[in-house]
Design a protein around this ligand. Structure first.
Ligand SMILES: NC(=O)c1ccc[n+]([C@@H]2O[C@H](COP(=O)([O-])OP(=O)(O)OC[C@H]3O[C@@H](n4cnc5c(N)ncnc54)[C@H](OP(=O)(O)O)[C@@H]3O)[C@@H](O)[C@H]2O)c1
Length: 240
């Protein structure tokens, strides 16, 4: 069995690799990252590092051509790529904070990267229970948006959810056994959430290992019948 984690050097990405390795003890895990992924000593012979820039569609195509040559199928795929703040963007508090550059940057990482993988992986799933999970966020729920703010992050995750929901129609025809999951991991202790942890109660600040355990359990349980899913770490449905 082959598994694929995209965004393998992020806090949640690393924890998902560890948890997948534990749950699927015979699986080989491909770990895609922009930089050479760090792999723990214990997993050196189970994890295949793939250095690839997911913003470069040609690089994705080339790597998947190699996978086709090697007859590789992926039972479970998790795409963790996402930004909330970096050198180029910070979440907007009010309308006047919106800039074209920031919106483009949020969409490029949070929406376009998972969309490219959704597009190119559709023929890579086996004819049995399999899944494609994207790391979404509750703030991407249109129905649940009462607080406002964070325009670029919210909109890019809402657009990601819409892409997954739209792709589910074609996946239903082509990848008949593959569940599509938009996963909200809770507030997880990572570089992404670090500047925003002040008002989070300690018991509500999850470790990457905790959310990875929840995610892998959901991947096993959520069969294709009612796909696509938008669920949180507690396996509870979130309104789109
Ligand atoms: N932490 C939270 O509280 C929280 C809450 C809700 C949702 N999420 C979502 O969970 C996901 C993982 O977050 P995290 O907490 O693990 O954050 P993180 O440690 O900062 O990891 C961010 C991930 O995004 C990728 N990435 C960042 N900038 C990129 C770029 N320019 N091009 C390509 N890839 C890029 C990184 O991939 P590389 O491996 O290539 O570096 C890394 O895997 C994100 O999608 C985030 O929106 C997190």
């Amino acid at each position: 069995m082959n598994l694929l984690v995209i965004g393998a050097n992020g806090a949640i990405g690393k924890a998902v690799i560890e948890q997948l390795a534990e749950t699927f003890s015979d699986a080989r895990i491909f770990a895609v990252s922009r930089t050479t992924p760090t792999i723990s000593d214990a997993l050196q012979n189970r994890v295949v590092p793939v250095k690839l820039d997911s913003q470069d569609e040609t690089a994705i195509i080339r790597w998947l051509e190699q996978c086709t040559d090697d007859n590789i199928r992926f039972h479970h795929v998790v795409c963790t790529t996402g930004i909330l703040h970096d050198d180029e963007v910070a979440p907007e508090k009010r309308l006047e904070d919106i800039t074209s550059d920031a919106l483009h940057h949020y969409f490029a990482v949070n929406t376009v990267i998972p969309a490219l993988w959704l597009k190119h992986l559709v023929n890579f799933f086996p004819a049995e229970h399999s899944s494609f999970t994207v790391l979404s966020a509750r703030v991407g729920s249109i129905a649940d948006n009462r607080l406002g703010g964070w325009y670029g992050y919210r909109a890019s995750k809402a657009a990601l959810n819409m892409l997954v929901k739209t792709a589910a129609v074609e996946y239903g025809r082509i990848a008949k056994h593959t569940s599509l999951i938009c996963y909200h991991p809770g507030t997880v202790d990572s570089a992404l959430s670090e500047p925003f942890q002040r008002n989070v109660k300690p018991e509500k600040l999850f470790t990457p290992a905790f959310t990875a355990t929840q995610l892998v359990s959901i991947i096993e349980q959520r069969k294709v019948d009612n796909s696509p899913y938008f669920v949180d770490w507690d396996n509870k449905a979130i309104a789109w």
